[in-house]
Design a protein around this ligand. Structure first.
Ligand SMILES: [Zn+2]
Ligand SMILES: [Zn+2]
Length: 394
């Protein structure tokens, strides 16, 4: 496991910055351009940098200033941040404006866009961070590692854990974007945010497991149905194949699958009826990403509407999706078990709730997250909280 402390952490909460000496600057930007346009992102990056830079002037040769000179910064990112940088620099009051040039503001924003990682920690507001080693991690659509974050004394630390054994000389990779997405969508996101067109093995030759269809040829079997998937982006007919029987569908069959894939996006969240329309579809397999994304959204909604029973059904289906598509150590699976624990807690099923938290804990510990705040909470629920307490705190 590798640990890496953030050298810059930007909180996404604008109000947190209003106590800083730069608050009048931020307020003037808001008056001019509105809160949405500027203050949610780039202006907070610049503010954070300047507050740190004032304490650590250039002459001290600290890693903070290396961001402006050493860090990776593609020309496309510079071009995209150019206009915002000009506005931010123009409004910057003295003495702050003497600390940094316009070109440096531009570079700071561009570097931030392509090098920062979003850290999600239980009980903390989301933040984006720059990690001196973390920035060197490559992107992989089927990554060999995953990261998690710990916040202690205001410092965010990144922890890196491998998902499978890494060979000597093999680049260490993480996914910059959520992994339960099909090739075309991943490529689009990566191009828009990181300015590269992904040509990894997963994008070009490996089966795209989250674009799954029911095999027309394999015997119908609810538990272990043959699944047809495209390998790579599926633009060629020969890329389509059943993972079980090896059959290649005809052009007609693929056409039918694409039609069903499109049709499934129109299914409405009609409680369990909507769910069965999704997971019992005759052509689209229940692990398809459209099914996953809809169920994920519906689970959130049903939880907010306090329909724990319905939510339980959704999470159950989501866990089945994850188990087929994601590696067993992926912490997304732990998150769903924790959600399930919460649901059973609400339903008064103390035993099942504890069991679910236990499953989540095992995944988190295996992923090296044993000491994170997230995991401590789960451990408490799985091991320390008594069954009677579960019933009382319902
Ligand atoms: Zn890729
Ligand atoms: Zn088959």
């Amino acid at each position: 496991m590798l640990r890496d402390d953030s050298i810059m952490t930007v909180l996404s909460v604008y109000d947190k910055y209003l106590e800083s000496p730069l608050s009048s600057y931020l307020q003037s930007l808001v008056r001019q351009y509105g809160k949405e346009v500027l203050t949610q992102g780039h202006s907070l990056v610049l503010t954070t940098f300047l507050l740190q830079a004032k304490r650590l002037p250039r002459e001290t040769k600290n890693p903070l200033w290396d961001i402006l000179t050493e860090w990776f910064c593609p020309a496309e990112a510079l071009a995209e941040a150019k206009e915002t940088a000009a506005i931010l620099h123009e409004f910057l009051p003295s003495p702050w404006s003497e600390l940094i040039t316009l070109a440096e503001v531009n570079r700071l924003l561009a570097v931030y866009d392509v090098n920062s990682l979003i850290s999600q920690v239980a009980g903390e507001a989301p933040r984006t961070c720059l990690f001196p080693y973390g920035r060197l991690l490559e992107h992989g659509c089927s990554p060999n590692s995953q990261v998690c974050f710990v916040v202690e004394g205001g410092i965010t630390t990144l922890q890196l854990n491998c998902l499978r054994p890494i060979k000597k000389g093999e680049p260490v990779s993480i996914s910059y974007i959520p992994v339960y997405k099909p090739t075309a969508m991943r490529r689009e996101l990566l191009l828009a945010r990181y300015f590269f067109y992904c040509q990894c093995k997963q994008c070009t030759e490996l089966p795209d497991l989250c674009r799954a269809f029911v095999c027309w040829f394999c015997p119908k079997n609810k538990k272990d149905q043959g699944v047809v998937v495209p390998c790579g982006d599926g633009s060629r007919l020969d890329q389509w194949q059943c993972l079980q029987c090896g059959q290649h569908p005809t052009a007609e069959k693929v056409h039918e699958m694409l039609g069903a894939e499109e049709a499934i996006t129109r299914i409405k969240a009609d409680k369990t009826i909507g769910m069965y329309k999704l997971i019992d579809n005759e052509i689209v397999h229940f692990t398809h990403y459209h099914v996953f994304q809809k169920l994920d959204l519906w689970a959130e909604t049903s939880w907010k509407e306090q329909d724990a029973r319905l939510c339980e059904n959704y999470i159950d289906a989501l866990l089945k999706c994850c188990q087929r598509v994601l590696p067993a150590e992926d912490v997304t699976i732990a998150q769903y078990h924790e959600f399930m624990g919460q649901i059973h807690h609400a339903l008064g099923n103390a035993h099942t709730a504890k069991h679910e938290y236990g499953l989540a804990l095992a995944i988190r510990e295996k992923a090296g997250q044993g000491n994170t705040s997230w995991c401590n909470q789960t451990r408490k629920m799985a091991l320390e909280k008594s069954l009677a307490d579960f019933m009382d705190s319902k």
